[in-house]
Design a protein around this ligand. Structure first.
Ligand code: SF4
Length: 67
């Protein structure tokens, strides 16, 4: 497989075995099913520190209203 970085037009080639590809496919299919079902709750955590949506994120509104 190849990652192609658009910002600097670099390529990075790597490999995955069949088990890893099956696991990735399973994660994508489960996530797609959750999205179709409207089940994709926010998972607040460390990553929120750099998120541009934090001021309007429902997960943070709930945390603020609980205090
Ligand atoms: S602030 Fe909300 S949308 Fe942004 S990463 Fe955190 S939980 Fe996700």
């Amino acid at each position: 497989m190849v990652f192609h970085y658009l910002q600097d037009n670099q390529r990075q080639e790597t490999t995955r075995d069949a088990r890893q590809l099956d696991e990735a496919l399973r994660v994508v299919q489960e996530t797609a099913a959750d999205i179709r079902a409207g089940e994709f709750a926010a998972k607040p955590g460390y990553v929120c520190r750099n998120c541009a949506y934090e001021p309007i994120c429902p997960a943070h509104e709930e945390a603020l209203s609980a205090t």
